[in-house]
Design a protein around this ligand. Structure first.
Ligand SMILES: Nc1nc2c(c(=O)[nH]1)N[C@H]1C(S)=C(S)[C@@H](COP(=O)(O)OP(=O)(O)OC[C@H]3O[C@@H](n4cnc5c(N)ncnc54)[C@H](O)[C@@H]3O)O[C@H]1N2
Ligand code: MOO
Length: 410
């Protein structure tokens, strides 16, 4: 078993045991945020026919030579084409077709004039400017060519992807399956939020916060009722959860106290312990086991420590299982707006709020940094990565900030 390893090594080990859990076919309406499992090749072009970008008249450009406000040319209007129509016949010299935006252009035409540069006159139209072939003409396949690969496996489904899928007429879409992730919270002190909070007890917040993080990361959270600090029972539950789920996350009982049984319970459950302790603060005593290719990851019971190690180590593996290729959080250089007075003997992930001002990122520590202080996670949208052995941070100092959610920064 490895001990006190760097964060990056821990993540590499976890990713080695991480692979997608298959695919499912779902309705397009439910695909936003999922990851595409298939390549999509256009089996017809977009637009599927030559079309008009304007309300106006389809003409033959050569018929408009020298046309001007003073000397308009006059063409006979032989048909009206609305969006959704099929042109009744091709256009020949001397003719124009009244056409709506998005309507198919008749054969023979090579330009469109907007309605504002024309004037109807009985069954004819006066054209006030000269056109070149191709003016205001949208060719079939202008956007997407037939046979073109427009979407690739591994792409995150954004609203634009949804739009392209729909324009290809795809109702059912193959996406990577979400992993089932068990959340097993451990501690004699825990009571459920629907139970009386007796003296000495606390509500089990981790089961909810970690489940929410799993959902946010793209997994399917399976929360279990909390369990007491009893070794054999924990070992039994670990085996059970591992059979029922793709990944098991626990919180609590990973340190060195008499009732911290998770490390031993992982061994008793038949799993192989990959490492114990990662060299970051908070969340140091994280433990990880593997059985039959599935992982058990035991996080600190301290609520913020659990959330931070989740962001650094578990979110990437859930994202990888869901088919995402790029799972690293973005880093930016930020300038400290306030000082942080503590020394960091160990590498520290400082909860911070990072924002953009006058051309640079600024960082403010997000409040009490104790590993159990959950409120500090409210403002925390980034972690300042302080190397071990560094002294306090001063106002104006440049730091490396790991962004947890780019949504909250700008
Ligand atoms: N002698 C030492 N003591 C500790 C060390 C050490 O190296 N030597 N390490 C400390 C560090 S660092 C951490 S982190 C914690 C980790 O402790 P555990 O993972 O064993 O967690 P617990 O002791 O079970 O709980 C810690 C804390 O969190 C509260 N908690 C637990 N579960 C929940 C939950 N589901 N919801 C809300 N709050 C929860 C629990 O009541 C404790 O207050 O160990 C240090 N000790
Ligand atoms: O590693 Mo712990 O989360 O600092 O108390």
């Amino acid at each position: 078993m490895l001990k006190e390893i760097p964060l990056e090594q821990a993540l590499n080990i976890l990713l080695k045991y991480t692979k997608p859990v298959g695919f499912e076919e779902i309705n397009i309406i439910d695909t936003l945020g999922r990851v595409l499992y298939e390549n999509i090749v256009a089996d017809f072009p977009l637009p599927p026919f030559n079309r008009s970008p304007l309300d106006g008249y389809a003409v033959i450009a050569e018929d408009t030579v020298n046309a001007s406000k003073e000397k308009p040319c006059s063409l006979k209007v032989t048909q009206n084409i609305y969006a959704g129509d099929i042109p009744a016949k091709p256009l020949v010299h001397g003719e124009a077709a009244a056409i709506a935006t998005g309507a198919p252009l008749p054969d023979g035409t090579n330009a469109v004039i907007k309605i504002e540069a024309t004037q109807p006159l009985e069954d004819r139209v006066l054209i006030f400017s000269q056109l070149k072939p191709g003016d205001n003409f949208i060719y079939m396949g202008d956007d997407v060519l037939e046979g073109e690969k427009i979407l690739s496996e591994g792409m995150i489904i954004t609203p634009a992807v949804v739009g392209l899928l729909a324009s290809m007429g795809k109702k059912q879409v193959k996406v990577f399956k979400k992993p089932k992730v068990a959340v097993l919270t451990i501690g004699d002190e825990l009571v459920g939020i629907d139970e009386p909070r007796l003296p000495g007890k606390i509500y089990n917040s981790n089961v909810y916060a970690v489940s929410a993080q799993i959902t946010e990361a793209g997994g399917r959270a399976v929360p279990y009722k909390s369990t007491v600090d009893e070794m054999n029972h924990i070992a039994y539950l670990l085996s059970y959860c591992l059979k029922e789920n793709d990944l098991v996350i626990t919180t609590g009982g990973v340190s060195v106290g008499k009732r911290d049984h998770v490390k031993e319970a992982i061994r008793l459950s038949g799993a192989n312990t990959l490492f114990w302790k990662v060299n970051i603060k908070p969340g140091t005593p994280i433990v990880c086991g593997e059985k039959d290719g599935r992982l058990i990851i035991g996080l600190s019971g301290n609520p913020s420590a659990a959330m931070i190690t989740f962001y650094m180590l578990i979110r990437p593996i859930i994202q990888r299982i869901t088919g995402m290729q790029h799972v690293n959080s973005p880093n930016v250089t930020a300038i400290m707006d306030e000082s942080f007075n503590k020394k960091s003997s160990q590498r520290r992930m400082l909860r911070a709020n990072v924002y953009w001002k006058n051309g640079s990122y600024r960082a403010v520590p997000a409040g009490t940094q104790s590993p159990g202080a959950l409120k500090s996670m409210l403002l925390c949208n980034a972690l300042i990565d302080i190397p071990g052995g560094r002294g306090p941070l001063n106002v104006g100092e440049e730091v490396n900030a790991i962004l947890l959610s780019s949504n909250y920064v700008l």
